[in-house]
Design a protein around this ligand. Structure first.
Ligand code: SAH
Length: 492
C-alpha cells in the first residue's frame, strides 16, 4: 500500500467533454461544478431535474435521453456516475475503466478511479482536501477550519500576482530576491489594502513596490480587539493577525486563552494598565509600538474588548499616523455586548429600553463630566465600564437626577469567562450588593429596566446572585405562564 493512496492533481477541463450519468439532484450539483470549471458537460439520464432541463434547453449542457449505453463514453475525458442505482454505477465504472477514462462514482470511493476533494475556493487560488475516502467528514472539518483561516482577499491577491508575474521575474532575476519580494507582496501593505477593500490602491502599491529598490522590511501595527475573554469571541481577522504577528503588545485584560492562539514564536509583551498599579504608561506603549514597527516587525496591539471603546485606540492611531507607521484596526466584541449576551440581558427591548449608552466611571473626575440628567432617564440602558470603585457616587447621582430606586441592575464580573458571576439587584442596594459579593474588576454594570431579565434569561455559567427571583430559578422548574407574564417592574 503506497503512503499516499491518491495522487493529487488539478484537471483543466475547459472545453473538454465530461459525462455525468444520472439526472437527479446529485447529478445537478456535479454538473454545476463541472460547468463552473468550463467543461463541456453531457448529462445522460431518462429524466432531468427542472434545472438540468433548463440548462439543456439553453444549450449549456447536452442531454442524452434514455438508459445508459456504452457509446455514451466515446470521446469523454472524465465520467461522473451519479445515479441512485449502485449496479448501474458499477457498470459505468467498469466500462469507463476498460477505456481508461477516469470515473468518479458519487459517495463510492471503491468504485471510483478519481475522487473529488473538499475545496476552499479563493479562485484563482484553490485548496483541495482529501482523506482518500477514509474519512470524508474529517476532510470536511479540515475544510471548515481552513475556510476560516484563509481570507477572501487571497483571490484578488493571486490575480494581482499573476498579472505582475513576468515583470517581477524581470525585476528580480535572483530567486532569493524574488522570494523576498513575493513575501512582502503577500504579507505586507498590498495584501492589507486588499483585505481592507481597496483593490485600486493595492494595485498601485504593488506597481510602486516594483519600481523602488528592494528596501528593508517595513513594520506595521494592527490594533486588534481581543474580545471579553472567551477565545470563541475573537474575530477571524483578529485570529489571522495573531497568526502573523512578530510582536504582541497586550493589555492585562486580554485572556490567556486568546494569547494562546497567537503564533508560537511571537514575542509577547504585557503593557496592561490596572487602576492604581503602574504598568507601562501610554507614552511608553507608544514608544514600544514605534520601536518594534521601525525595526520592521509586524506588531499586534491587542486590547480587551474593542480597541475603540474606552481603549485609547484612537490615541495610538494618531501617534502611528504622525510617525508614518502603517496600521489596521480589527474590531472586537466589546464588554457591554459580551456581558449583556452572557448574562441574558438584551441591551434594548421593544417594551423596556429604546436606547443604550456606554459610559465609563472610573474616577470622581470622570463622574463629574457626565450628563447625569440624560443618564438618569427612564427606558434606557446604561452599560458602565470600570465602575466597581464608583458605585456609591453613581447611585447618589442617578437618584438625585430622578432615576427610580427600583431600577434593576446586573453587575457582570469576568463576563464570558469560566468564572463569570452576575449579581443582580436594584439601584437602591447596588453598592451594598456589589460589596456583599466582593465584586472585582473586570466587571461591567448594566443598569436599566432590561436588567431584570437577567434573573430569567440567564443561560451561561453560574445562576445570577439575585433576590427572590433567582430563588425561583433555582427551583429548576419553568416559570408558570402567569408568572412569566409579570411586567418587568414587578419582577424587580
Ligand atoms: N476596550 C474594552 C474596555 C476597556 S475598559 C472593551 O471594549 O470591552 C475596561 C473595562 O471593561 C473593565 O473595567 C470592565 O468594566 C470592562 N470589561 C472588560 N472585559 C470585561 C469582562 N470580561 N467582564 C466584565 N467587564 C469587562
Amino acid at each position: 500500500m503506497p503512503a499516499m493512496k491518491l495522487y493529487p492533481l488539478f484537471a483543466d477541463l475547459s472545453r473538454r467533454a465530461v459525462l455525468v450519468v444520472g439526472g437527479g439532484a446529485v447529478a445537478e450539483r456535479k454538473a454545476a461544478a463541472l460547468l463552473a470549471a468550463g467543461a463541456q458537460v453531457t448529462v445522460g439520464a431518462p429524466e432531468l431535474t427542472p434545472q438540468l432541463q433548463r440548462w439543456a434547453r439553453q444549450g449549456r449542457i447536452a442531454h442524452r435521453a434514455g438508459e445508459f449505453a456504452p457509446g455514451w463514453l466515446d470521446y469523454v475525458w472524465l465520467v461522473v456516475a451519479a445515479t441512485a442505482d449502485r449496479a448501474l454505477n458499477a457498470r459505468v465504472a467498469e466500462l469507463a475503466g476498460l477505456q481508461r477514462i477516469f470515473v468518479n462514482v458519487v459517495d463510492d470511493a471503491e468504485l471510483s478511479s478519481f475522487q473529488v476533494p473538499a475545496v476552499i475556493d479563493r479562485a484563482p487560488l484553490v485548496v483541495a482536501i482529501s482523506s482518500g475516502g477514509a474519512a470524508p467528514m474529517l476532510a470536511r472539518l479540515v475544510r471548515e477550519r481552513l475556510e476560516t483561516l484563509l481570507d477572501h482577499s487571497l483571490g484578488p491577491l493571486a490575480t494581482l500576482a499573476a498579472r505582475l508575474r513576468k515583470r517581477i521575474r524581470r525585476r528580480h532575476p535572483d530567486l532569493a530576491a524574488r522570494r523576498r519580494f513575493y513575501t512582502a507582496l503577500f504579507d505586507g501593505p498590498v495584501a492589507a489594502l486588499l483585505r481592507s477593500g481597496q483593490p485600486k490602491q493595492a494595485a498601485e502599491a504593488a506597481e510602486q513596490a516594483l519600481l523602488v529598490a528592494p528596501a528593508a522590511a517595513t513594520g506595521s501595527v494592527v490594533l486588534v480587539g481581543a474580545g471579553p475573554g472567551d477565545p470563541g469571541l475573537l474575530t477571524l481577522r483578529g485570529l489571522r493577525a495573531l497568526n502573523e504577528a512578530d510582536v504582541i503588545l497586550h493589555d492585562r485584560l486580554v485572556s490567556a486563552e486568546v494569547l494562546e492562539l497567537a503564533r508560537r514564536d511571537a514575542e509577547r509583551i504585557e503593557v496592561g494598565k490596572q487602576a492604581g498599579k503602574h504598568h507601562a504608561t501610554q507614552d511608553e506603549i507608544h514608544a514600544l509600538l514605534l520601536e518594534h514597527a521601525k525595526a520592521g516587525r509586524r506588531v499586534v496591539r491587542l486590547k480587551g474588548g474593542d480597541p475603540f471603546v474606552f481603549g485609547r485606540g484612537g490615541e495610538e492611531l494618531e501617534f502611528l499616523r504622525e510617525h508614518g507607521i502603517p496600521y489596521e484596526v480589527v474590531p472586537g466584541v466589546t464588554a457591554a455586548l459580551a456581558c449583556a449576551a452572557h448574562a441574558g440581558v438584551p441591551l434594548t427591548h421593544r417594551d423596556h429600553a429604546q436606547s443604550v449608552r456606554f459610559v465609563t466611571a472610573h474616577c470622581r473626575d470622570s463622574l463629574d463630566t457626565l450628563d447625569w440628567r440624560a443618564l438618569a432617564q427612564e427606558r434606557q440602558t446604561l452599560a458602565v465600564y470600570m465602575g466597581v470603585a464608583g458605585l456609591d457616587s453613581l447611585r447618589e447621582r442617578l437618584l438625585a437626577h430622578g432615576r427610580a430606586a427600583s431600577t434593576p441592575f446586573a453587575l457582570v464580573e469576568n463576563g464570558t469567562r469560566a468564572n463569570q458571576r452576575v449579581v443582580t439587584g436594584t439601584l437602591a442596594n447596588l453598592p451594598e450588593r456589589a460589596a456583599a459579593h466582593a465584586v472585582h474588576s473586570p466587571a461591567l454594570l448594566i443598569l436599566g429596566e432590561v436588567a431584570a431579565l437577567a434573573d430569567r434569561l440567564a443561560w451561561f455559567g453560574a445562576a445570577p446572585l439575585g433576590g427572590a427571583v433567582a430563588a425561583v430559578r433555582q427551583l429548576k422548574r419553568p416559570l408558570p405562564p402567569q408568572e412569566a407574564a409579570i411586567p418587568l417592574r414587578r419582577l424587580a
